[in-house]
Design a protein around this ligand. Structure first.
Ligand SMILES: [Zn+2]
Length: 232
């Protein structure tokens, strides 16, 4: 005959197992990359892209300015060499040099702007790196804690399973089937204790006939919620 105390012990193990398994699922879900970490990494990547963009722009402008300067130097050498005598040709060359210099001035302004943008982008990248490092450190610490917790939960669940296996031989197959069915229907709680003469599950008073059966260590079912009631 199955003892109420054994069923109650089984219920305690299973209830604890339910809680531990739920927490284990949460812990496993929290392991791995977090959204803030992914965001911080993306922010650093886009800051890096901006730095590259302005670095490239600066280099292009510098090359273009260098090319113009070379061209201006050559034109000025021709202008002052005395080779060209024709006044119209000289005037054209002077106009061309002036135009090249205006173009170079414009590019030098653009270069200054590009250098400023690059500095700003580098500052933003440094900030994004600091932020990522912080998030990464937090995340690593959290992961370590979660892994410790996961091991503890797995360990305790294995103990619960062992205790359950040890307990099962003292529970009759039919009673176990009823217990399992009640667990499914009653939110995991199949066995309850007597509380102030009432069912610990639904609170309805236990009639004298059932109390008598309880005293004889028989399995008693609540007439209201159908749970197994045990005396402790
Ligand atoms: Zn009840």
């Amino acid at each position: 005959m199955t003892k109420g105390a054994d069923l109650y012990r089984l219920q305690c193990l299973d209830s604890e197992g339910d809680v531990k398994r739920r927490r284990l699922a949460e812990v496993e879900a929290a392991l791995g990359e977090s959204e803030p970490l992914r965001q911080a990494r993306r922010a650093l990547e886009s800051a890096q892209t901006m730095v590259q963009k302005w670095t490239l722009r600066q280099r292009d402008l510098e090359l273009e300015i260098q090319g113009l300067s070379d061209k201006i130097t050559r034109s000025e050498q021709r202008l002052y060499s005395g080779v060209i005598k024709n006044p119209k040709e000289l005037a054209d060359l002077q106009a061309e040099i002036a135009s090249l210099k205006r173009r170079r001035q414009k590019l030098e302004d653009d270069l200054l702007e590009a250098m400023l943008e690059r500095e700003e982008a580098e500052a933003a990248r440094a900030q994004a790196q600091v932020h990522l490092d912080e998030i990464q450190a937090q995340w690593s610490a959290q992961q370590a804690d979660l892994m410790v917790e996961r091991e503890m939960l797995r360990g305790r669940l294995a103990e619960i399973e062992q205790a359950r296996e040890a307990l099962l031989p003292s529970i009759e197959a039919g009673d176990l089937a009823v217990y399992e069915a009640l667990r499914r229907r009653k939110g995991g709680q199949a066995v309850v204790q007597v509380r102030d003469g009432a069912c610990g599950g639904c609170g309805v008073a236990i009639p004298p006939g059932l109390k008598w059966q309880l005293r004889q260590d028989k399995l008693v079912y609540c007439g209201n919620c159908e749970r197994i009631i045990v005396r402790t």
